[in-house]
Design a binder for this molecule. Structure first.
Ligand SMILES: Cc1cc2nc3c(=O)[nH]c(=O)nc-3n(C[C@H](O)[C@H](O)[C@H](O)COP(=O)(O)O)c2cc1C
Length: 189
C-alpha cells in the first residue's frame, strides 16, 4: 500500500524520491496507491461524519482504505515535512481510516492492532537541517505510534534534510542519495 501525501504533487522533491522506489517495489508487489492530493473526502472527522460513523455509515473510500491497510503486506508513506510533522491531509486520512474492528479492535483492557504489515517505509524531505530522531522531528514518532495502535511493524525513515537552505547541487545530491538508499532497501524489503 502506498500513501502519497505530497501536496506539491509534480513539484514535490519527496515524490521524486518516492517514484523510483515505488517503481522498484511494484516489480515485486501488487501496488494499491492512495494519492491524497487527488482524492476527495480527505477531511478531518467533522461532527456530521462523526455522527454518521456512530450510525455505522463510513465513506466508501475510507472503508476500502481501512481494509487495504489491514491487508497490506507492506506500507510506504511519502510525505514532506510540514510544520515539524507531515501535512494535515495525511492525519485526516489516518483519522478516517482508523476504524474499529478493521485497523484495530480492543481486548476489553486495551486496544489491539489488526494490521499485518511487518514493515513501514516513510520517505520525506525537510526544509531545515533537522535529522530523523531529533526531538523537533515529530513525523517519525507519530508514525511509530499509529503503527503501535494498528499493529504495523518496523518503521524505516529515509529523509533528505536542509533542502531549503542548500545549493541546487547539494539538493540534487541528497535526492540521489535518498533514492539510492531506498532502491537498495527495496531489493530485500
Ligand atoms: C506548508 C509548509 C510547511 C513547512 N514546514 C516546515 C517545517 O516545519 N520544518 C521544515 O524543516 N521545513 C518545512 N517546510 C519545508 C519543506 O519541508 C521542504 O521544502 C520539503 O523539501 C518540501 O517537500 P516537497 O518538495 O516534497 O513538497 C514546509 C514547507 C511547506 C510548504
Amino acid at each position: 500500500m502506498i500513501i502519497n501525501a505530497c501536496v506539491r504533487q509534480s513539484d514535490s522533491r519527496t515524490l521524486r524520491i518516492a517514484e523510483p522506489i515505488i517503481e522498484s517495489l511494484s516489480q515485486r508487489y501488487e501496488v494499491k496507491r492512495y494519492d491524497l492530493p487527488e482524492m476527495e473526502g480527505i477531511v478531518p472527522l467533522t461532527p456530521a461524519l462523526f455522527a454518521q460513523r456512530g450510525r455505522g455509515k463510513i465513506p466508501t473510500w475510507a472503508l476500502d482504505a481501512a481494509k487495504a491497510m489491514a491487508d497490506a503486506d507492506r506500507l510506504l508513506i511519502a510525505a514532506p515535512f510540514w510544520d515539524m510533522s507531515f501535512p494535515a491531509a495525511l492525519k485526516a486520512f489516518f483519522e478516517q481510516v482508523s476504524l474499529f474492528d478493521i485497523t484495530f479492535t480492543d481486548t476489553g483492557k486495551t486496544c489491539k492492532g489488526l494490521c499485518k504489515s511487518p514493515k513501514v517505509l516513510y520517505l520525506t524531505t525537510r526544509g531545515m537541517d533537522i535529522a530523523t530522531g531529533d526531538p523537533f522531528e515529530q513525523a517519525t514518532p507519530y508514525l511509530r505510534a499509529i503503527g503501535h495502535l494498528w499493529n504495523l511493524g518496523e518503521l524505516t525513515t529515509i529523509a533528505a534534510q536542509n533542502m531549503d537552505y542548500s545549493t541546487p547541487e547539494e539538493i540534487e545530491s541528497r535526492i540521489a542519495s535518498a533514492i539510492s538508499e531506498g532502491l537498495e532497501l527495496a531489493k530485500t524489503w
